[in-house]
Write a protein that binds this ligand. Structure first.
Ligand code: SF4
Length: 395
C-alpha cells in the first residue's frame, strides 16, 4: 500500500490539543479515500443510519471520508445486500417529475392549497456544494420575506456531523406565506387505502428528520422563519401512478437523531487513531490490503446493519468469526452483561466458567437445566411408546 499520508495532527477537542483546521482534516480524509477519488456525498438516509448506530467508528470514518462503501464491500467480496435497480431509479424520477409538474402547483394541490396564486420556483444552481448551500439559504430568506408560496426544488442544506460538514438534498422544501418551511419527501412505494408499509414510512420519517435539523440551522438566522416538525410524504396512490400526500409527524425522530448525532465521536479523533499509511482507496488497493485497512477501525455490528449499511455482510462475518454475541441482536447483548462471546455464554451455561451470582450466568444455567429436563422427558416418553413403525415408502 503506498504511503502518501501526511503526518496526522491530534485533533480531539476533548484532548485539549489544538483542533486541526478544516483544510487539514479535509486532506486527511482525502488521503484515506485515495488520491483522485471524488468523495461520495452522504445523504440523509445514510445519516439517519449513522445516527442509528452511533457507536460504529468504522462507518463514521468511511462516511466522513466519503468512501464509496458499496464499492468497498464488493471489493472485499461481500457486496451490499441492498440497492435500487436502474428501472426503480427511472420510475422514481418520473414519478417525482409528475409530482412537481405545473410549476409546483400540483404539489401544492396535494398539500391542500387549491389556489396558491403565483408560485415561485427559484433557480438554485451554483458552483460546488458550498455555493449551492449558500444559494439555498438566500432563496429561503427571500421566500420568507416575500410572504408567498415558494417551491425549492432539490435545495442543498448543510449539517455538521462529527466535526465535518455533510450536504443534504431533500426532494423539495415548500415555503408558505406565513414563513413556515415544510420538507417534502417523494417516495415510490405505494400508499394503499391511505396507509403505506410502516417500516418504509419510518425510514422516510428518519430521513426527513435529518432535513428538518439542517433547515433549523438556516431558520435560526432567518427572521420570520419557522420549520414545520411535520413533513409531507408523497407516494403513488394505491396501484396507480397518481400521487397522494400524507402528513408525518417527525418530532420524535428529530430529537432522537439530534441526540445520536451529538454522540458521534469526532471524525478527526477516529482518523487520528488509524495507523499511518492506511488507505481505503478502492481503485488502487487489492482486496487483501483493503481488508487489512478496514480492520484497523473498530466496528459495532448489530443485525440492524443488514438493512442500513453496505458493509453489513463483511462486518457480520467478522463478528461471527470472533464469536461476538452482538450477532444475536442488541437486546440479547444487553441481557448477557459481561459475557461477550458465544463461547463464554456456552461455558457459563455448562457451569465451566462464570460467576454463579451473576444474574446472566444464573439465568443461563437455569435455561440449560430446563432444556435438559425437557429432552429427558421426551426420551422417556419415546421409550414408553416403543419402537417406531416406519410408514411404507411411496413408489
Ligand atoms: S455494517 Fe459494519 S461499518 Fe456498517 S454500521 Fe454496521 S458495524 Fe458499522
Amino acid at each position: 500500500m503506498a504511503d502518501a499520508r501526511l503526518p496526522r495532527v491530534s485533533a480531539s477537542l476533548d484532548s485539549g490539543l489544538p483542533r486541526p483546521s478544516q483544510t487539514t482534516l479535509r486532506q486527511v480524509l482525502a488521503e484515506l479515500r485515495g488520491p483522485g477519488t471524488a468523495p461520495r456525498a452522504l445523504d440523509a438516509r445514510a445519516l439517519a443510519a449513522l445516527a442509528a448506530n452511533p457507536g460504529c467508528r468504522r462507518r463514521a470514518l468511511l462516511d466522513g471520508a466519503g468512501v464509496d462503501k458499496a464499492a468497498l464491500a464488493s471489493k472485499l467480496g461481500s457486496p451490499a445486500p441492498f440497492g435500487q435497480s436502474q428501472f426503480a431509479i427511472m420510475r422514481g424520477n418520473s414519478f417525482e417529475a409528475k409530482v412537481k409538474a405545473d410549476g409546483g402547483r400540483e404539489l401544492l394541490r396535494l398539500l391542500g392549497v387549491e389556489e396558491p396564486g403565483a408560485v415561485s420556483v427559484p433557480d438554485l444552481a451554483a458552483a460546488g456544494p458550498q455555493g449551492r448551500t449558500a444559494r439555498t439559504a438566500l432563496a429561503l430568506r427571500e421566500a420568507t420575506a416575500a410572504g408567498a408560496w415558494t417551491l425549492l426544488d432539490h435545495p442543498l442544506l448543510a449539517l455538521e456531523v462529527a466535526g465535518a460538514p455533510v450536504y443534504l438534498e431533500p426532494d423539495a422544501v415548500v415555503v408558505g406565506p406565513d414563513g413556515r418551511w415544510t420538507v417534502v419527501e417523494i417516495k415510490s412505494f405505494p400508499m394503499i387505502d391511505g396507509s403505506a408499509d410502516a417500516s418504509k414510512v419510518g425510514a422516510a420519517a428518519r430521513q426527513s428528520a435529518v432535513y428538518v435539523l439542517a433547515l433549523e440551522r438556516v431558520a435560526a438566522v432567518t427572521e420570520g422563519a419557522q420549520v414545520a416538525h411535520s413533513v409531507v410524504l408523497v407516494c403513488p396512490k394505491d396501484f396507480s401512478n397518481a400521487p397522494t400526500a400524507s402528513v408525518v409527524d417527525v418530532r420524535k425522530q428529530r430529537s432522537v437523531t439530534r441526540r445520536q448525532l451529538a454522540r458521534l465521536t469526532r471524525i478527526e479523533e477516529i482518523a487520528d487513531a488509524v495507523p499511518e499509511g492506511v488507505t481505503f482507496d478502492v481503485a488502487g488497493c487489492s482486496a487483501a490490503e483493503l481488508t487489512e485497512a478496514v480492520e484497523t477501525v473498530p466496528h459495532a455490528y448489530a443485525p440492524e446493519c443488514l438493512t442500513a449499511c453496505e458493509l453489513a455482510f463483511h462486518c457480520r462475518a467478522r463478528a461471527r468469526e470472533a464469536g461476538a454475541v452482538e450477532t444475536l441482536g442488541r437486546a440479547v447483548r444487553g441481557e448477557l452483561g459481561g459475557l461477550t462471546t458465544v463461547g463464554a455464554v456456552l461455558a457459563a451455561a455448562r457451569g465451566e466458567a462464570g460467576d454463579p451470582d451473576d444474574p446472566a450466568v444464573a439465568a443461563l444455567r437455569r435455561a440449560r437445566a430446563l432444556r435438559q429436563e425437557a429432552l429427558d422427558g421426551a426420551a422417556v416418553r419415546d421409550e414408553a411408546r416403543g419402537p417406531r413403525v416406519e410408514a411404507p415408502a411411496c413408489h
